[in-house]
Design a protein around this ligand. Sequence first.
Ligand code: CMC
Length: 472
Amino acid sequence: MVEVPLNKFLKKMFSWLAIGCPQRQSHIRLINATGTLTRNMSTQAKLELDGKQFSLPTMVGTEGEKALDVSALRASTGYITLDDGYGNTGSCVSKVTFIDGDQGILRYRGIPIEELAEKSNFIETAYLLIYGTLPDAKQFKHFSDLLAEHQFLHEDMKYHFEGFPTGAHPMAILSSMINAASCFDEGLMNWQWGKLRQFDVYVAKLISQVRTIAAYSYRKSHGLPLIYPKQTYKYTANFLHMLFSMPYEDFELKPEVVKALDLIFLLHADHEQNCSTSTVRMVASSQANLFASCAAGVCALWGPLHGGANQAVLEMLDQIHKEGDDGSKFIMSAKDKNSGKKLMGFGHRVYKNHDPRAKIIKRACDSVLEKLHITDPLLDIAKKLEEAALKDSYFVERKLYPNVDFYSGIIMRAIGIPVEMFTVIFAIGRMPGWIANYKEIMDDPKSRIYRPRQVYMGKTINPYLGVDQRGK
Ligand code: CMC
């Protein structure tokens, strides 16, 4: 069979590439005076294929991340690279977020997540991600004013909400309605890639309106009347107001609840080239408008292996609780590949030490529950699960640690967020990261449409058979 030798050959090619790449200049910084990344022509990887020698330039990022530049590989060798799940593939050069998964580091525009969590707020962090620097007082006011100005949806959009059945998942409503917003806005319909003078207005519209749409999607899915945003409320307070107030009574905004939710938004604001951000970049690369690209991000985020994990964690803890298990039976089944179960909220493609967001959220969770005088049996189960998993060789050997979703669900439950809204909260939080990545692609004069290749393993030429000849 062709299949086995070819796969082996490609694997060999990769191991050869790894060995053939000299390490000696690995600490060289390749940022030139204008801040543009350049190829390192002095450190080349040698590649031998079909008896011929080829050189591949290397690149080193500002944090020492090393890459082989294969952009000319197919043209010069006829080969492409193959990397299931993209575990070894850099899809872009980015200046937004840095993660060191081995050391558990996460920084937005260079600022450690721990510092932002302590000193910043979601809106300031959103500005930082999108525009590259923390805003001064004037910039912050301008950004906040734009958010307040654009928080209302086009009135006719309300009729679209009516088309969804009661009980529809708010993530489905969210992605549909973000996309539908294009129908109500001429600028989005006639999107001018890279030449849009009013890009900042669309940034504010999206960040502000995603919150309004998210709240409406919850109200709609529960058959509740829609609540308009209040001009005087700040971002996160306004979301809680739209979510929980009634036409006859405003929801009581507890400062610790507003603060906890703002922290959750901030911790989710970006996470470099994950599944949903890569989706946004993929769609953006076709020059689709900002809202359409981010609506695609919402769809990608929904899956239980990505943003949907926070809902899945709560459902898992709830099931463990209902079954009267202290977690030990569940751990056994999560280790059994035939059980179809996983310890949700554990493991990460990039973090192989700890997820710094999980540490912050665990602390916040304890503090919120204490301040609100809440005791939650699910929190006790979560703690027991974590303790058991961190001692279990299955999880230790595979470097599986709690991720951001393990404790975020418990805080959200404590502050009254319904479980089906957990992933929606993640989507609101992730919006600045998606926008920052969109902007990065749009601002790059060299950006090209994303169009990966494949290794075709299907049938070779295959004649069309008439219906009477089929199945013989
Ligand atoms: N429970 C049990 N086993 C696991 C788990 C888990 N949560 N996660 C990974 N493994 C096992 C996996 O079966 C594999 O075992 P083996 O080597 O024996 O085949 C090994 O650990 C390596 O895992 P992987 O499948 O190669 O990991 P990945 O990088 O492809 O997937 C992941 C990462 C996050 C999708 C995965 O760890 C997972 O499904 N976790 C549970 C879902 C979850 O919490 N997702 C939220 C991620 S954080 C939020 C976000 O950024 O989206």
